[in-house]
Design a protein around this ligand. Sequence first.
Ligand code: 1CP
Length: 351
Amino acid sequence: MVANRTNSGQTRKPLLLALRGKAQLPPPIWLMRQAGRYLTEYRNLRDQAGSFLDLCYNPKLATAVTLQPVNRFGFDAAILFSDILLIPHALGQDVKFIERDGPQLSPVRSVRDVDKLNSELDFAHLAAVYETVSNVATQLSEHVTLIGFAGAPWTVATYMVEGRTSKNFDLIKRWAFSDPIGFEILISRLTDATIIHLCKQIEAGAEVVQLFESWAGVLPAKEFLRWCIKPVKFITEQIKERFPNVPVVAFPRGAGTGYTGYAEATGVDGLGVDYTLSPTWVAERLQPNVAIQGNLDPAVLLVGGSAMKAAVSEIKLALSSGPFVFNLGHGVLPQTPPEHVAELVQLVRED
Ligand code: 1CP
């Protein structure tokens, strides 16, 4: 087990300090999907690896891809290069990433289908992911924080049940609304797997863990409580029981009014906010209770120039006097010019 520097409670890493509730000037910055197709150096290694899954399961290449954006832009954090759909894969589901068409999974649509999955995570491939975490941990400079992650159970379940990126979520809702007791079996299997997967990443050297709840915005309020809040709360409690000093961040994208009270209800240390929320509203209503991460529209990063300057100033003005991590309000778009990212880092760090 790699010594986890956060366990000492002592750190000078700006990202960790912000997530422990201490305002940092300038605020730390990293970007969701900071590794990826907008970087030529990524496309080169991606071509060498073969498939996207081959890249995720190749510690040497996954380490290099994780470090590329950190070395190029000087971000305050590295996020493990991996994917939320490695969990369904390790549970025995057939998972493929089709070029330009996104993920494709052999669907799980009933308790009988869940019963056909592995009862426990298969570590045959996941061992390579933890090896990547420990490789990256030894290669980061002093001020850079290593982030591990997983998809939140509801979001991962949408891919497992729909078999792909969904448009209207009718198949998963049909199951969850008509047979909540059966659907709970899938969510609870995913919740347990997520806890194990995140703990393994922390043992390998991850200093923060983030839960991506990309499809928080598609559920009615009551179901949002049951399928999003409740599992995230349980995962957060379990992580905190084992690793009390490792901050947990959640990103319930599109939660809308569900953002109010989310941090209190789940116990997370950091809250990722999407770009639809106004920075001043976030500062007044959410930041008093939780460290905020976000929320520049990735399309504004793509456009750059004066639109980006204005949006960055607005976000900094509203949020940087409290605990805050600068990020996007969703992932970097593949067409983003890398020079805009370099300029963004500069804008965030200047007075
Ligand atoms: O090379 C390629 O074409 C693959 C594109 C790609 C990449 C670079 C995929 C396929 N996943 C990833 C990496 C990835 N995915 C990371 C790595 C670290 C980093 O941020 O640099 C992370 C954190 C994720 C998380 C992820 N995967 C999410 C949550 C965040 C989000 O975007 O909402 C989701 C939903 C996925 C599923 C996924 N993986 C890949 C695709 C095309 C999709 C479907 C996305 C969708 O449904 O919109």
